[in-house]
Ligand binder design. Sequence first.
Ligand code: DTR
Length: 349
Amino acid sequence: MKRALKPVIGSALGTVAIAFLAVIAVVFVSIPPVSAKTISLNYANFPPAPTFPCVQMEQWKTVVETRTDNAVRINTFPGGTLLGPKEMMDGVISGQADIGCLCMAYQPGRFTVTNAVSLPLGIPDSKVGSLVLTDLFNAYKPKAFDKVKVLALFTTAPANIMSRKRVATLGDLKGMDLRASGGAAEILKIWGANQIGMPMSATPEALQKGVVQGLFSSLEVMKDLKFAEECPYATLTNTVVYPFAVVMNLDRWNALPQAVKTVMENLSREQAVWTGTYMDNHVNDAVEWSKKTHGVEFVELDDASAATWNKALAPITQRWITTASEKGFDGKAIVDTIQHLVDQHTKGE
Ligand code: DTR
Protein backbone atom coordinates (compact mmCIF):
# COMPACT_ATOMS: atom_id res chain seq x y z
CA MET A 1 0.00 0.00 0.00
CA LYS A 2 2.78 2.42 1.05
CA ARG A 3 4.72 1.77 -2.16
CA ALA A 4 1.62 2.30 -4.26
CA LEU A 5 1.12 5.80 -2.81
CA LYS A 6 4.34 7.23 -4.24
CA PRO A 7 3.37 7.32 -7.91
CA VAL A 8 -0.04 8.72 -6.87
CA ILE A 9 1.62 11.59 -4.94
CA GLY A 10 4.15 12.04 -7.74
CA SER A 11 1.48 12.32 -10.39
CA ALA A 12 -0.62 14.58 -8.15
CA LEU A 13 2.34 16.93 -7.77
CA GLY A 14 2.90 16.76 -11.52
CA THR A 15 -0.73 17.72 -12.11
CA VAL A 16 -0.48 20.65 -9.69
CA ALA A 17 2.72 21.82 -11.40
CA ILE A 18 1.11 21.60 -14.83
CA ALA A 19 -1.99 23.42 -13.57
CA PHE A 20 0.24 26.12 -12.05
CA LEU A 21 2.15 26.56 -15.31
CA ALA A 22 -1.14 26.64 -17.20
CA VAL A 23 -2.47 29.41 -14.92
CA ILE A 24 0.73 31.42 -15.36
CA ALA A 25 0.50 30.93 -19.14
CA VAL A 26 -3.15 32.05 -19.18
CA VAL A 27 -2.34 35.09 -17.07
CA PHE A 28 0.50 36.11 -19.38
CA VAL A 29 -1.49 35.47 -22.54
CA SER A 30 -4.64 37.27 -21.36
CA ILE A 31 -2.96 40.44 -20.08
CA PRO A 32 -2.12 42.65 -23.03
CA PRO A 33 1.63 43.28 -23.22
CA VAL A 34 2.46 46.24 -21.00
CA SER A 35 5.81 47.58 -21.97
CA ALA A 36 8.08 49.24 -19.47
CA LYS A 37 7.09 52.49 -21.13
CA THR A 38 3.33 52.15 -20.49
CA ILE A 39 2.03 55.28 -18.80
CA SER A 40 -0.51 54.52 -16.13
CA LEU A 41 -2.92 57.30 -15.08
CA ASN A 42 -5.51 57.26 -12.30
CA TYR A 43 -8.80 59.00 -13.17
CA ALA A 44 -11.12 59.91 -10.24
CA ASN A 45 -14.85 60.52 -10.48
CA PHE A 46 -17.37 61.21 -7.72
CA PRO A 47 -20.80 59.80 -8.70
CA PRO A 48 -21.74 56.11 -9.16
CA ALA A 49 -20.60 54.27 -12.29
CA PRO A 50 -23.93 54.30 -14.23
CA THR A 51 -24.19 58.12 -14.21
CA PHE A 52 -23.19 60.22 -17.23
CA PRO A 53 -19.92 61.70 -15.80
CA CYS A 54 -18.65 58.13 -15.40
CA VAL A 55 -19.99 56.94 -18.76
CA GLN A 56 -18.07 59.73 -20.50
CA MET A 57 -14.99 58.80 -18.41
CA GLU A 58 -15.07 55.21 -19.73
CA GLN A 59 -15.52 56.50 -23.28
CA TRP A 60 -12.52 58.85 -22.89
CA LYS A 61 -10.43 56.01 -21.44
CA THR A 62 -11.22 53.70 -24.38
CA VAL A 63 -10.46 56.34 -26.99
CA VAL A 64 -7.19 57.44 -25.36
CA GLU A 65 -5.98 53.85 -24.90
CA THR A 66 -6.86 52.96 -28.49
CA ARG A 67 -5.39 56.08 -30.08
CA THR A 68 -2.12 55.73 -28.14
CA ASP A 69 -1.85 52.02 -29.08
CA ASN A 70 -2.10 51.22 -25.38
CA ALA A 71 0.95 53.30 -24.56
CA VAL A 72 -1.36 54.90 -21.99
CA ARG A 73 -3.44 52.95 -19.53
CA ILE A 74 -6.24 54.77 -17.68
CA ASN A 75 -7.39 53.31 -14.34
CA THR A 76 -10.87 54.64 -13.57
CA PHE A 77 -12.23 55.21 -10.04
CA PRO A 78 -15.99 55.97 -10.06
CA GLY A 79 -18.17 56.49 -6.99
CA GLY A 80 -15.77 58.71 -5.03
CA THR A 81 -13.38 55.82 -4.36
CA LEU A 82 -10.35 58.02 -5.05
CA LEU A 83 -11.66 61.58 -4.59
CA GLY A 84 -15.02 62.99 -3.45
CA PRO A 85 -17.11 65.68 -5.18
CA LYS A 86 -15.72 68.72 -3.37
CA GLU A 87 -12.08 67.62 -3.16
CA MET A 88 -11.72 66.85 -6.88
CA MET A 89 -9.90 70.01 -8.01
CA ASP A 90 -7.47 70.19 -5.08
CA GLY A 91 -6.94 66.42 -5.13
CA VAL A 92 -5.81 66.64 -8.76
CA ILE A 93 -3.65 69.72 -8.12
CA SER A 94 -1.87 67.90 -5.27
CA GLY A 95 -1.52 64.68 -7.29
CA GLN A 96 -3.82 62.38 -5.23
CA ALA A 97 -5.33 61.55 -8.62
CA ASP A 98 -3.74 62.21 -12.02
CA ILE A 99 -7.08 63.10 -13.61
CA GLY A 100 -10.41 64.10 -12.05
CA CYS A 101 -13.92 64.99 -13.19
CA LEU A 102 -15.53 67.87 -11.33
CA CYS A 103 -18.92 69.52 -11.20
CA MET A 104 -18.13 73.22 -10.93
CA ALA A 105 -21.45 74.04 -9.26
CA TYR A 106 -20.21 72.29 -6.09
CA GLN A 107 -17.71 75.15 -5.58
CA PRO A 108 -19.73 78.12 -6.87
CA GLY A 109 -17.30 80.88 -5.80
CA ARG A 110 -14.29 79.19 -7.36
CA PHE A 111 -15.14 78.94 -11.06
CA THR A 112 -16.77 82.30 -11.76
CA VAL A 113 -16.36 82.43 -15.56
CA THR A 114 -17.32 78.85 -16.40
CA ASN A 115 -20.15 78.68 -13.84
CA ALA A 116 -21.78 81.51 -15.80
CA VAL A 117 -23.13 78.89 -18.24
CA SER A 118 -25.45 77.96 -15.34
CA LEU A 119 -27.24 81.31 -15.64
CA PRO A 120 -30.77 81.13 -17.09
CA LEU A 121 -29.66 82.00 -20.63
CA GLY A 122 -31.71 79.48 -22.60
CA ILE A 123 -29.17 76.71 -23.30
CA PRO A 124 -31.51 74.13 -24.88
CA ASP A 125 -29.57 70.89 -24.40
CA SER A 126 -26.34 69.24 -23.33
CA LYS A 127 -24.70 69.26 -26.75
CA VAL A 128 -25.15 73.01 -27.17
CA GLY A 129 -24.16 73.55 -23.51
CA SER A 130 -20.98 71.51 -23.91
CA LEU A 131 -19.89 73.42 -27.01
CA VAL A 132 -20.73 76.78 -25.42
CA LEU A 133 -18.69 75.88 -22.33
CA THR A 134 -15.72 74.65 -24.41
CA ASP A 135 -15.67 77.83 -26.51
CA LEU A 136 -16.17 80.07 -23.49
CA PHE A 137 -13.23 78.40 -21.76
CA ASN A 138 -10.99 78.80 -24.81
CA ALA A 139 -11.97 82.45 -25.16
CA TYR A 140 -11.28 83.34 -21.50
CA LYS A 141 -8.73 80.73 -20.31
CA PRO A 142 -9.96 81.35 -16.72
CA LYS A 143 -7.29 81.67 -14.02
CA ALA A 144 -9.23 79.21 -11.82
CA PHE A 145 -7.73 76.45 -14.01
CA ASP A 146 -4.12 77.72 -14.06
CA LYS A 147 -2.88 74.89 -11.85
CA VAL A 148 -4.27 72.04 -13.98
CA LYS A 149 -4.49 70.96 -17.60
CA VAL A 150 -8.12 70.97 -18.78
CA LEU A 151 -8.75 67.86 -20.89
CA ALA A 152 -12.49 68.16 -21.57
CA LEU A 153 -15.52 70.26 -20.69
CA PHE A 154 -19.22 69.47 -20.96
CA THR A 155 -22.55 70.34 -19.37
CA THR A 156 -25.65 68.49 -18.27
CA ALA A 157 -28.97 68.78 -20.06
CA PRO A 158 -31.30 71.45 -18.55
CA ALA A 159 -32.59 70.93 -15.00
CA ASN A 160 -36.17 70.01 -14.09
CA ILE A 161 -38.11 69.30 -10.89
CA MET A 162 -38.48 65.67 -9.79
CA SER A 163 -40.73 65.29 -6.77
CA ARG A 164 -42.89 63.15 -4.52
CA LYS A 165 -45.79 65.64 -4.85
CA ARG A 166 -47.24 66.83 -8.14
CA VAL A 167 -46.02 70.36 -9.04
CA ALA A 168 -47.93 72.29 -11.70
CA THR A 169 -47.99 75.82 -10.26
CA LEU A 170 -45.67 78.00 -8.23
CA GLY A 171 -48.17 77.52 -5.40
CA ASP A 172 -47.51 73.75 -5.45
CA LEU A 173 -43.79 74.45 -5.06
CA LYS A 174 -44.12 76.80 -2.10
CA GLY A 175 -42.08 75.63 0.90
CA MET A 176 -41.00 72.37 -0.77
CA ASP A 177 -37.52 71.13 0.22
CA LEU A 178 -35.68 70.28 -2.96
CA ARG A 179 -32.12 69.07 -3.30
CA ALA A 180 -30.11 71.11 -5.77
CA SER A 181 -26.59 72.31 -6.26
CA GLY A 182 -24.88 75.65 -6.85
CA GLY A 183 -26.74 78.56 -8.41
CA ALA A 184 -30.02 76.66 -8.30
CA ALA A 185 -30.44 78.01 -4.76
CA GLU A 186 -31.37 81.40 -6.19
CA ILE A 187 -33.73 79.87 -8.75
CA LEU A 188 -35.61 77.76 -6.23
CA LYS A 189 -35.83 80.65 -3.78
CA ILE A 190 -37.44 82.87 -6.43
CA TRP A 191 -39.95 80.09 -7.15
CA GLY A 192 -40.71 79.74 -3.42
CA ALA A 193 -39.04 76.36 -2.74
CA ASN A 194 -36.17 75.69 -0.30
CA GLN A 195 -32.87 74.59 -1.71
CA ILE A 196 -31.11 71.86 0.25
CA GLY A 197 -27.57 71.87 -1.10
CA MET A 198 -25.63 68.63 -1.50
CA PRO A 199 -23.70 66.82 -4.24
CA MET A 200 -25.58 64.36 -6.44
CA SER A 201 -23.80 61.45 -4.77
CA ALA A 202 -25.52 62.24 -1.43
CA THR A 203 -29.00 62.57 -2.94
CA PRO A 204 -30.26 58.94 -3.04
CA GLU A 205 -29.98 58.70 0.76
CA ALA A 206 -31.55 62.15 1.32
CA LEU A 207 -34.55 61.16 -0.82
CA GLN A 208 -34.95 57.78 0.83
CA LYS A 209 -34.78 59.26 4.35
CA GLY A 210 -37.27 62.01 3.44
CA VAL A 211 -34.73 64.78 4.13
CA VAL A 212 -35.86 66.26 0.80
CA GLN A 213 -39.12 65.95 -1.12
CA GLY A 214 -37.49 65.95 -4.50
CA LEU A 215 -34.64 67.39 -6.50
CA PHE A 216 -33.80 69.85 -9.23
CA SER A 217 -31.42 68.46 -11.86
CA SER A 218 -31.28 66.96 -15.32
CA LEU A 219 -33.70 64.07 -15.85
CA GLU A 220 -31.28 61.24 -16.70
CA VAL A 221 -30.89 60.56 -12.95
CA MET A 222 -34.50 59.29 -12.90
CA LYS A 223 -33.06 56.15 -14.49
CA ASP A 224 -29.35 56.16 -13.59
CA LEU A 225 -29.92 56.67 -9.85
CA LYS A 226 -33.43 55.14 -9.85
CA PHE A 227 -35.06 58.36 -8.61
CA ALA A 228 -38.18 57.33 -10.54
CA GLU A 229 -38.81 54.95 -7.62
CA GLU A 230 -39.00 57.89 -5.17
CA CYS A 231 -40.36 60.64 -7.43
CA PRO A 232 -43.65 59.83 -9.22
CA TYR A 233 -43.73 63.36 -10.76
CA ALA A 234 -41.43 65.49 -12.85
CA THR A 235 -42.20 69.07 -13.86
CA LEU A 236 -40.60 70.21 -17.09
CA THR A 237 -39.07 73.64 -16.56
CA ASN A 238 -35.93 73.07 -18.70
CA THR A 239 -34.14 75.74 -16.74
CA VAL A 240 -30.33 75.66 -16.46
CA VAL A 241 -27.38 73.39 -17.28
CA TYR A 242 -24.40 72.54 -15.05
CA PRO A 243 -20.78 72.70 -16.20
CA PHE A 244 -18.24 69.92 -15.66
CA ALA A 245 -14.48 69.81 -16.28
CA VAL A 246 -12.03 66.95 -16.66
CA VAL A 247 -8.71 68.20 -15.30
CA MET A 248 -5.22 66.71 -15.09
CA ASN A 249 -2.33 67.24 -12.68
CA LEU A 250 0.13 69.65 -14.32
CA ASP A 251 3.34 67.73 -13.52
CA ARG A 252 1.84 64.53 -14.88
CA TRP A 253 0.67 66.40 -17.98
CA ASN A 254 4.07 68.04 -18.56
CA ALA A 255 5.76 64.63 -18.29
CA LEU A 256 3.65 63.09 -21.09
CA PRO A 257 5.25 62.45 -24.50
CA GLN A 258 4.13 64.98 -27.12
CA ALA A 259 2.29 62.31 -29.13
CA VAL A 260 0.08 61.47 -26.12
CA LYS A 261 -0.57 65.15 -25.41
CA THR A 262 -1.67 65.57 -29.02
CA VAL A 263 -4.11 62.64 -28.75
CA MET A 264 -5.65 64.14 -25.60
CA GLU A 265 -5.81 67.70 -26.92
CA ASN A 266 -7.39 66.61 -30.19
CA LEU A 267 -9.99 64.69 -28.24
CA SER A 268 -11.19 67.65 -26.18
CA ARG A 269 -13.90 69.05 -28.48
CA GLU A 270 -14.88 65.59 -29.73
CA GLN A 271 -15.42 64.53 -26.11
CA ALA A 272 -17.69 67.55 -25.50
CA VAL A 273 -19.83 66.60 -28.51
CA TRP A 274 -19.84 62.89 -27.60
CA THR A 275 -20.91 63.59 -24.02
CA GLY A 276 -23.54 66.15 -25.01
CA THR A 277 -25.05 63.81 -27.57
CA TYR A 278 -24.97 60.87 -25.17
CA MET A 279 -26.60 62.96 -22.43
CA ASP A 280 -29.39 64.32 -24.65
CA ASN A 281 -30.28 60.87 -25.98
CA HIS A 282 -30.03 59.36 -22.54
CA VAL A 283 -32.42 61.93 -21.03
CA ASN A 284 -35.04 60.89 -23.61
CA ASP A 285 -34.39 57.26 -22.81
CA ALA A 286 -34.69 57.92 -19.04
CA VAL A 287 -38.01 59.74 -19.52
CA GLU A 288 -39.48 56.84 -21.52
CA TRP A 289 -38.13 54.31 -19.02
CA SER A 290 -39.59 56.25 -16.05
CA LYS A 291 -43.03 56.42 -17.68
CA LYS A 292 -43.04 52.77 -18.66
CA THR A 293 -41.40 51.21 -15.62
CA HIS A 294 -42.67 53.45 -12.81
CA GLY A 295 -45.64 55.32 -14.33
CA VAL A 296 -43.97 58.69 -13.67
CA GLU A 297 -46.08 61.67 -14.79
CA PHE A 298 -44.17 64.39 -16.65
CA VAL A 299 -46.01 67.65 -16.02
CA GLU A 300 -45.70 70.20 -18.83
CA LEU A 301 -46.23 73.86 -17.98
CA ASP A 302 -48.61 75.71 -20.31
CA ASP A 303 -47.06 78.63 -22.22
CA ALA A 304 -48.40 81.30 -19.84
CA SER A 305 -47.05 79.50 -16.74
CA ALA A 306 -43.69 78.78 -18.39
CA ALA A 307 -43.38 82.48 -19.23
CA THR A 308 -44.17 83.45 -15.60
CA TRP A 309 -41.65 80.96 -14.18
CA ASN A 310 -38.93 82.09 -16.59
CA LYS A 311 -39.59 85.80 -16.27
CA ALA A 312 -39.17 85.57 -12.52
CA LEU A 313 -35.56 84.43 -13.08
CA ALA A 314 -34.49 87.41 -15.20
CA PRO A 315 -32.89 89.40 -12.31
CA ILE A 316 -30.48 86.52 -11.58
CA THR A 317 -28.28 87.32 -14.59
CA GLN A 318 -28.19 91.04 -13.82
CA ARG A 319 -27.22 90.30 -10.21
CA TRP A 320 -24.52 87.89 -11.38
CA ILE A 321 -23.04 90.56 -13.69
CA THR A 322 -22.79 92.97 -10.75
CA THR A 323 -21.19 90.40 -8.41
CA ALA A 324 -18.73 89.17 -11.06
CA SER A 325 -17.74 92.73 -11.88
CA GLU A 326 -17.08 93.40 -8.18
CA LYS A 327 -14.70 90.43 -8.26
CA GLY A 328 -12.82 91.97 -11.20
CA PHE A 329 -14.47 90.07 -14.10
CA ASP A 330 -16.18 91.74 -17.03
CA GLY A 331 -19.51 90.13 -16.20
CA LYS A 332 -21.43 91.78 -19.03
CA ALA A 333 -18.89 90.63 -21.65
CA ILE A 334 -19.01 87.05 -20.31
CA VAL A 335 -22.82 86.97 -20.52
CA ASP A 336 -22.76 88.51 -24.02
CA THR A 337 -20.22 85.88 -25.13
CA ILE A 338 -22.39 83.07 -23.77
CA GLN A 339 -25.51 84.46 -25.45
CA HIS A 340 -23.68 84.71 -28.76
CA LEU A 341 -22.34 81.15 -28.43
CA VAL A 342 -25.79 79.80 -27.51
CA ASP A 343 -27.25 81.35 -30.69
CA GLN A 344 -24.40 80.05 -32.81
CA HIS A 345 -24.46 76.46 -31.51
CA THR A 346 -28.26 76.25 -31.36
CA LYS A 347 -28.27 77.02 -35.08
CA GLY A 348 -25.64 74.31 -35.46
CA GLU A 349 -23.00 76.70 -36.84
N1 DTR B 1 -27.17 69.01 -11.97
C1 DTR B 1 -25.97 68.76 -11.22
C2 DTR B 1 -25.02 67.82 -11.94
C3 DTR B 1 -25.50 66.47 -12.32
C4 DTR B 1 -26.52 66.13 -13.17
N2 DTR B 1 -26.60 64.77 -13.32
C5 DTR B 1 -25.63 64.20 -12.54
C6 DTR B 1 -25.28 62.86 -12.33
C7 DTR B 1 -24.24 62.60 -11.46
C8 DTR B 1 -23.54 63.61 -10.85
C9 DTR B 1 -23.84 64.95 -11.04
C10 DTR B 1 -24.91 65.25 -11.89
C11 DTR B 1 -26.37 68.22 -9.87
O1 DTR B 1 -27.56 68.27 -9.63
O2 DTR B 1 -25.54 67.88 -9.08
